[in-house]
Design a protein around this ligand. Structure first.
Ligand SMILES: *Cc1c(COP(=O)(O)O)cnc(C)c1O
Length: 358
């Protein structure tokens, strides 16, 4: 074979070549506490009722392109104020992508605190936007001097604020978020992926600002497999985002399953309450473990620092417990690991393995 370079080499955008594909580790046979999933199944009777609903689905037909019933159920369940629009995404990841596609122009900026959710930066790259990450303060709060200066300097088309933040876990100060919204020339997206565990929200403030939208997902409340996210806000924004949505982005199985799950909200709510209770127990145990520094959490995971994160992560894995290594040896996430709150048994297994690993 000659040494001619493959055509892909010449044509793939350099910024895409420079990326590595989003890596999801193989988790078979592990106690899986790495991905902020709800650990619970549904009661058997509920599964049977759900399967009965699925029987009636017409897989030969395209799904409803804009399912009004599902949107209304979600709006009701999520407390979307009346007068505000709702659009749906194939996970909130797709909504982030739709927002970027709508606002992208050469030189335009997506701005977010760092560390935060990695997809903001990745999607900025996909859509040829510039990404500006603004470091959080050492205690993971918004460093307002730096944040406001960055907004002033870069005039971002969109600012993403995860509330609570991932991977740090806590809520930002509400007044600081207000100040970011006030100072931002473009859109501010408050990403409430962990709302179910947070007990706080900006949903009520929709309509008070012409540059605020709120994003939610059903992923972290027990339906990660469905891939369904929701954006709520003024129709002036959402009507435009909707134009970049691929037709039929929410498949028919997701549509009927989400409707079904929302009609059994009390089951999901009970699971959420259990996770919040277990989060408090896990926090107490981590605080009581010498060498471990856990950070406050209003989400279904806890970020914590240990003396040697890489070694502890590997030892946990050796014992069959998979969590997330933040992979940093310096900077704000230095020696940090992130554990998802699992069942009581899983949390105990994790703590036992952790204490052995330290
Ligand atoms: C998990 C997560 C999402 C992605 O949610 P999907 O709806 O599953 O795509 C969005 N934002 C934050 C901050 C997250 O942690």
């Amino acid at each position: 074979m000659n040494q001619k370079k493959h055509k892909a080499e010449a044509w793939v955008r350099p910024e895409i070549k420079a990326l590595s594909a989003y890596h999801v580790p193989d988790s078979a046979n592990f106690i899986k506490l790495d991905a902020m999933e709800n650990p619970y199944q549904w009661p058997e009777k509920m599964v049977d009722d759900w399967l009965a609903v699925l029987r009636e689905v017409s897989l030969n037909r395209y799904p409803d392109p804009s399912p009004a019933g599902l949107k209304a159920s979600l709006a009701e369940a999520m407390g979307v104020p009346s007068g505000m629009d709702v659009i749906l995404g194939n996970g909130s990841d797709e909504l982030i992508q739709m927002i970027a596609l709508t606002l992208a122009q050469p030189g335009r900026v997506i701005l977010a605190p760092e560390p935060s959710f990695v997809m903001y930066k990745m999607i900025a790259t996909f859509t040829s936007m510039e990404y500006v990450g603004v470091p959080l303060a050492a205690d993971f709060s918004l460093d307002m001097g730096v944040m406001l200066a960055a907004i002033e300097k870069h005039q971002p088309a969109v600012v993403f604020l995860a509330y609570p933040n991932n991977p740090t876990g806590d809520l930002f100060d509400r007044d600081a978020v207000h100040a970011v919204i006030d100072a931002s020339p473009g859109l501010v997206v408050v990403d409430e992926a962990y709302h179910a565990f947070a007990g706080d929200s900006f949903m009520d403030e929709l309509g008070k600002y012409d540059n605020l939208v709120v994003m939610r997902t059903v992923s972290k409340m027990g339906l990660a497999g469905l891939r369904l996210g929701l954006l709520a806000g003024p129709s002036e924004w959402l009507g435009e985002f909707d134009k970049t949505r691929l037709p039929y982005n929410i498949n028919v199985l997701t549509q009927v399953s989400a409707e079904f799950a929302l009609a059994h909200r009390e089951v999901l709510d009970k699971q959420t309450q259990q996770i919040c209770t277990d989060r408090a127990l896990l926090m107490t145990e981590l605080q009581a473990t010498a060498g471990v520094q856990p950070f406050p959490s209003r989400a279904n995971f806890i970020l914590f620092r240990v003396p040697k994160a890489k070694k502890v992560f590997a030892a946990l894995k050796e014992q069959g417990v998979l969590i997330k290594n933040m992979g940093a040896t310096e900077g704000p996430l230095a020696q940090c690991l992130r554990v998802t709150v699992g069942t009581a048994e899983e949390n105990t297994a994790f703590l036992t393995a952790l204490r052995q690993a330290l």
